[in-house]
Design a protein around this ligand. Structure first.
Ligand SMILES: Nc1nc2c(ncn2[C@@H]2O[C@H](COP(=O)(O)OP(=O)(O)OP(=O)(O)O)[C@@H](O)[C@H]2O)c(=O)[nH]1
Length: 303
């Protein structure tokens, strides 16, 4: 710790339309595969914390579910979580995609920002995808929309300007304790990361055929074979029979591939040999059954 100044710490929430690169940013900063990336929108459904610790400060990142107009009960729930989070944190990073520019989704988010007093940085991500001349007009446009404390262009994928952003965050953090030990990068239970790794493989491998509503529930997680291996049993939940067929594939080929790829990642995560057993179950319209949300890991009372 630097003795000339006191230690700083705080909570930072990342918001933005689906697919702007929030998970990629967290992963870049934390340097480990924690938030799940996918080309499909809205894969980040839970609150994921990444902890970034330096000699002078500790930043706890909260990867807030994409704020958007709720279309169903799950959407309502996510909105409520996100809105509460925004009021509690020390800083909000509002991330946009430089390529896409301003859209209606942003308008909705800015309305939410107007309801909080928390300082906001505008993070213009994916600058590797645009010509430098396009940046200034974009900055000017957004400046008109909200009094951002800072506007910082980055490429989460290539790592451009991430250091500057981290410095700006550190400057803004209040004095505070080091909440987590230095080597702790997430306080999320491994169970959640494992189910998300499986879910990610389903989304990637089935491409457009399976909607993001697919859920994965962990049934078993235990050490076996004299502690030499970990047994993971999980159920993939889809909404329709046809989706079940797709996830299982011809003679189980798709499910086998999902399992193979997920196992590699889970072994890397746990540092152990892993046996993975996957099941597929149809649960019609699960998103609209508020009472079931709790069963799938969404807990209102945690927030
Ligand atoms: N070219 C480029 N692509 C990026 C950058 N950052 C993220 N991406 C890509 O954008 C896609 C979406 O990234 P995610 O990190 O999953 O986006 P997200 O905002 O977490 O998405 P949700 O979980 O849906 O909210 C992925 O294919 C990333 O590789 C970037 O700086 N440049």
């Amino acid at each position: 710790m630097n003795n000339n100044q006191s230690y700083k710490s705080g909570f930072v929430s990342i918001i933005g339309r689906p697919n702007v690169g929030k998970s990629t940013f967290i992963n870049r900063v934390i340097g480990q595969k924690i938030a799940i990336m996918s080309d499909k929108p809205q894969t980040t459904r839970n609150k994921i914390q990444g902890v970034y610790t330096t000699n002078n400060s500790q930043t706890i990142f909260i990867d807030t579910p994409g704020i958007h107009k709720p279309k169903h009960k799950l959407g309502d729930f996510m909105m409520k979580v996100a809105q509460n989070t925004l009021k509690e944190v020390d800083l909000i990073l509002f991330m946009i995609n430089a390529e896409e520019g301003y859209g209606r989704g942003d308008e909705f988010i800015i309305e939410r920002l107007n309801e909080t007093k928390t300082p906001v940085f505008l993070i213009i991500n994916k600058i590797d995808q645009i010509h430098p001349d396009q940046l200034l007009p974009l900055i000017e446009q957004y400046k008109e929309l909200y009094p951002f404390k800072e506007i910082i262009p980055i490429s989460a994928l290539q790592g451009n300007n991430i250091d500057t952003l981290l410095q700006q965050i550190e400057m803004l953090l209040p004095e505070g304790p080091q909440y987590y030990p230095e080597d702790q990068v997430t306080d999320h239970p491994e169970r959640f990361i494992i189910t998300e790794l499986i879910r990610e493989k389903v989304l990637h491998l089935t491409r457009e055929e399976i909607p993001h509503s697919v859920a994965v529930v962990m049934d078993t997680l235990e050490r076996r074979e004299n502690n030499q291996a970990i047994f993971v049993g999980a159920t993939i939940i889809v909404e329709r029979d046809s989706q079940k067929g797709i996830v299982i594939g011809k003679q189980g080929s798709m499910l086998k591939e999902v399992g193979k790829r997920a196992r590699v990642d889970i072994e890397a995560l746990l540092g152990s040999k892993v046996f993975l057993e996957l099941w597929v179950k149809v649960q019609k319209d699960w998103r609209n059954k508020a009472s079931q949300l709790r069963d799938y890991g969404f807990r209102d009372d945690e927030y």
